[in-house]
Design a protein around this ligand. Structure first.
Ligand SMILES: Cc1cc2nc3c(=O)[nH]c(=O)nc-3n(C[C@H](O)[C@H](O)[C@H](O)COP(=O)(O)OP(=O)(O)OC[C@H]3O[C@@H](n4cnc5c(N)ncnc54)[C@H](O)[C@@H]3O)c2cc1C
Ligand code: SF4
Length: 513
């Protein structure tokens, strides 16, 4: 009897050549990868994001063929490409007579549901297989916090440190402290030179031509002959090693800093390599730990702990939040915000220098670092009362690393507080004071960071107080913001009136700020 023929689906963010699937080529197994409209069109993406995904997928398919595997690769403009996963799989099973279908568990709820539904329809056996990528099981966070009101990252993170024995001395945290957050909040003081970035020159001209020819709608800038993002595991490893050598020694210290002179500071820019699974989180942590242990470069505990916390803590935590709260998370809107996203999120054209720079670099590189996302673009959208769905669509489209499992909990829950505080204990908002203390944006801004109202008063200031004032019913009892309400209550009546009138005028004319 002939052996059963198996078709294995690999999604665009499942490019892990270390996965056990690929250990030995098997002539009865065929892999399928597809560039499809289903994925290019569910939101409007940055051109670099679409090009980088397709380039990485093409490189991965070539790598599998080189290793002796059978691969079917459907390009976006292939005539036989039916443009959705179900249509392509059904067609392949029927025409090429596969007896079985296997797929790697998707990280997105949308795809998970789609594949589960498809499995019921296909006339052959369908099996889902673990991606072997994450360090925590999908449902682990939900179990960990069962019965709790809040899902605190810190307790989850500590449990991960213990479980994986990372930065531990027996059962105690290395150095005596679980985190060095207090030492991770320095503005950029120019004491350490920002490393030169390792940028790749991947030629994606062919992909850009196809994107244009097929009418896929994208936005943002690209130099087609020089895509800066890694598209192979080898490039991803190079980026990792470059970061460990030159970024990690100052990573923790300047983690929250922002400067007009530079778009990445000491950040790793590894999120695309990680989210496409070209790199595994554990190996990234191990490479960083090894450099720290070998003391090849002066990496202190607050730098390495800060980095480990991002990957072992925040990244695994956000994935757990996603699976704990989906599908409800997608429609949460605690403050009932309903404004449209201001036009300058798509153009960068605003007098607010912080937003002009953060949006401008996002359009240029499909990248902004965490504090720009949280405390500039996210902060402003929340203060302005933008509908979280519009905020989500923007984040999901613009960033090179944006995949819903990580974008949604970061945007809707952490940044927009639309979950009502399951993730964050208080809304991440600030007036100009915070932005000024963490950046050099305010000094030459058209707006005056010191003014709450009047000519060219910084919009963050009046909108900040207006936010607290209009959400008193929802936030008034939150102990974490009690101090702000005391300050607001003590402000004299005329001042309050002027601040609210200023906010009102700005809210009426968001597109012209
Ligand atoms: C509103 C908002 C939206 C975001 N959307 C995304 C997104 O779509 N995709 C995404 O990968 N990250 C997202 N983040 C988290 C974070 O901003 C990015 O992971 C980070 O900026 C990527 O740059 P980097 O690789 O240089 O990170 P580094 O600062 O060098 O950090 C190292 C790694 O830690 C991980 N990490 C750090 N913070 C987080 C976090 N909060 N959640 C998950 N992983 C984290 C990332 O994998 C990152 O590559 C978002 C944050 C906010 C506030
Ligand atoms: S003054 Fe206000 S708008 Fe201008 S950069 Fe500072 S925070 Fe942003």
């Amino acid at each position: 009897m002939p052996l059963p023929k198996t078709l294995r689906l690999i999604l665009g963010d499942q490019l892990d050549e270390l996965h056990s699937w690929f250990k030995t080529p098997d002539k009865n197994v065929t892999y399928v990868m597809m560039e499809i409209r289903q994925e290019t069109d569910y939101v409007k993406h940055h051109i670099q994001k679409v090009a980088a995904f397709f380039a990485a997928m093409r490189a991965f398919s070539a790598r599998l063929s080189e290793l002796g595997h059978n691969v079917i690769y459907l390009r976006l403009d292939d005539r036989q490409n039916l443009q959705t996963i179900p249509a392509n799989l059904q067609h392949l099973v029927a025409t090429k007579k596969f007896d079985r279908v296997e797929y790697l568990l998707p990280d997105e709820y949308r795809l998970d549901e789609q594949l589960k539904n498809l499995a019921k329809k296909l006339q052959v056996d369908v099996t889902a297989v673990d991606t072997e990528h994450f360090m925590t099981e999908r449902q682990a966070l939900k179990d960990f916090f069962a019965g709790k009101k809040r899902y605190l990252m810190e307790s989850f993170y500590r449990s991960r440190r213990k479980r994986h024995n990372i930065l531990m001395e027996k059962d105690k945290p290395f150095g005596g402290q679980w985190n060095y957050d207090q030492q991770n909040r320095q503005a950029y003081d120019r004491q350490v030179a920002i490393p030169k970035p390792l940028l790749f020159n991947n030629d994606v001209s062919d992909i850009c031509r196809i994107i244009q020819k097929t009418g896929v709608q994208t936005f943002g800038e690209i130099e087609p002959s020089k895509l800066i993002w890694p598209t192979t595991r080898a490039q991803s490893l190079k980026l990792l090693n470059a970061f460990v050598k030159s970024g990690l020694p100052a990573f923790g210290t300047y983690q929250d800093a922002m400067t007009a002179d530079n778009w990445y500071l000491f950040h790793s820019r590894l999120s695309f390599a990680l989210n496409t699974k070209m790199l595994r989180p554990l190996e990234v942590i191990q490479v960083a730990l090894k450099a720290w242990e070998q003391k090849k470069s002066p990496i202190e505990i607050q730098q390495i702990e800060g980095f480990v916390r991002q990957i072992l803590g925040w990244r695994e935590y956000m994935r757990g939040i996603y699976w704990a709260l989906m599908p409800d998370l997608e429609s949460m809107n605690y403050f009932n915000h309903d404004r449209a996203l201001p036009d300058f999120y798509w153009t960068g054209e605003t007098h607010m220098r912080c937003l002009r720079l953060a949006v401008g670099q996002s359009l240029r590189y499909a990248y902004a670092h965490h504090i720009q996302r949280l405390m500039v673009t996210g902060n402003f959208a929340l203060l302005a009362g933008v509908h979280p769905a519009a905020v989500d669509a923007w984040y999901l489209g613009i960033y090179i690393d944006a995949i819903q499992w990580v974008e949604l909990p970061n945007t809707r829950a952490m940044s927009q507080f639309a979950d009502g505080g399951l993730v964050a204990t208080k809304p991440y908002i600030s007036s100009a004071k915070y932005i000024r203390s963490m950046s050099d944006y305010c000094e030459t801004c058209d707006y005056d960071w010191k003014k709450r109202h009047g000519d060219m008063a910084c919009p963050f200031n009046s909108l900040y107080w207006d936010f607290y004032s209009r959400h008193h019913r929802r936030l008034g009892k939150n102990a974490r913001v009690a101090m702000m309400y005391r300050v607001w209550d003590r402000m004299n009546r005329d001042e309050k009136k002027r601040v609210l009138a200023q906010a009102n005028a700005y809210l009426k004319d968001l597109n012209h700020l």
